[in-house]
Ligand binder design. Structure first.
Ligand SMILES: *Cc1c(COP(=O)(O)O)cnc(C)c1O
Length: 364
């Protein structure tokens, strides 16, 4: 029996992807076993956190690393680090930033909500947030004007949530910011190519441990030695309120090892197979059409279920009814306004496909 059913909750069929709100990733059995051993052992937590941060960073070609409770926590910790450096008095003073520079710059098209608004995660450090440009357009001169003597950092978001067009790209953001000696913090929460961002020239890059890496709830900041030391220093300040346990620190490390062993082509083939099988089923349904599409920046195939206007129900109604079903079928719903329901293969189990089909047979 699914453990959640023992407390009266519906089983979830996850066709949404690695979503924090659905419990992210199914952790590999070998990783879980080792996490169990960690959970029953003692360790010097401060040494452990520093050591695993360093080892994780080495794995992805970064200078240094710091483990956090999640990516959202990592964003706050990274911002705190640029504000305080390693000055323990400043670390303890947050969120009362009584010194300069205290301004964090972000392009308006990057002010995303990933379950919470990123601006809150920045501001809770005490930083003053400055949004530049417009929602659909930011130009280099906006960034240059923002980079005055009060600028502490630029936060750059890599995500399908962010506005895709009209923004200053990462390479140019780094170039302009570094011209004024201002560090760049990248939120690359769900990105697949860790080395690419670790090697982008950004000062700090934050990943989620439970998305692409497939680990337990956790986060990883990598970047420059000095700034990472300032990130670790936050454990005596605001990061204490975002504590990460020994199981999850080690779980992230073991998951990262497995993630690096993963053959990308094999993984993509596995996903394509699942999506093709799902298409064979769902294309038999009335009032819908199917189409396979690819993620804009990552090698992830998805099945689009295009709900025809002539049918009784629209995409949003179907999404709601699939959700309310037991088992609850969860899909990717960014395109629901256009009548498209997306099925993501990453966390699907092959036994899930007939279940999705039979539920949709009743609903469409
Ligand atoms: C998911 C996500 C986050 C938050 O990640 P957590 O590890 O769940 O805290 C932050 N930024 C972006 C762009 C995300 O997609």
């Amino acid at each position: 029996m699914n453990p959640f059913e023992t407390i009266g909750m519906s089983r979830v069929v996850n066709a949404a992807g690695k979503m924090t709100y659905l419990g992210s990733s199914s952790i590999l059995p070998g990783v879980i076993r080792k996490m169990g051993e960690v959970a029953q052992s003692y360790v010097d937590m401060e040494v452990l956190k520093v050591r695993v941060g360093r080892l994780a960073a080495q794995k992805i070609g970064a200078e240094a690393g710091c483990i956090t409770a999640c990516c959202a926590a990592g964003i706050s910790v990274a911002v705190a680090a640029v504000l305080t450096g390693k000055d323990i008095n400043k670390v303890e003073a947050l969120p009362a930033v009584t010194w300069k520079p205290n301004k964090v710059i972000i392009q308006k098209g990057h002010v995303v909500n990933f379950g919470a608004n990123i601006s809150q995660g920045i501001k809770l450090t005490g930083a003053e947030l400055s949004e530049i440009g417009s929602v659909n357009q930011t130009k280099p001169y906006h960034l240059e004007a923002g980079l005055d003597e009060n600028a502490a950092a630029v936060v750059y978001v890599v995500s399908h949530h962010a506005v895709a067009n009209g923004m200053i790209d990462l390479a140019e953001t780094i170039k302009i910011a570094h011209n004024r000696s201002v560090p760049v913090i990248v939120d690359a929460a769900a990105e697949v190519d860790l080395k690419k961002y670790a090697g982008s020239g950004a000062d700090l890059v934050v990943f989620s441990g439970h998305k692409a890496i497939g680990g337990p709830t956790s986060g990883l900041i990598v970047g420059k030695e000095e700034l990472i030391a300032a990130c670790q220093a936050q454990d005596k300040g605001i990061a204490r309120m975002m504590k990460v346990g020994k199981e999850n620190i080690m779980g992230l490390y073991f998951a990262l090892e497995e993630y690096q062993r993963l053959d990308e082509k094999e993984e993509t083939d596995r996903q394509v197979k699942l999506i093709e099988e799902l298409e064979r089923y769902l294309s038999k349904l009335p009032n819908v059409a199917t189409k396979i599409s690819w993620d804009a920046t990552r090698p992830i195939p998805r099945l689009q279920l295009i709900v025809e206007r002539s049918g009784q129900k629209d995409a949003k109604m179907l999404i709601k009814q699939m959700e309310e079903n037991n088992p609850s079928i969860r899909t990717r719903n960014h395109l629901a306004d256009q009548g498209i329901i997306q099925f993501d293969p990453r966390e699907l189990k092959s036994g899930d496909i007939p279940i999705i089909y039979s539920v949709l047979q009743k609903l469409v």
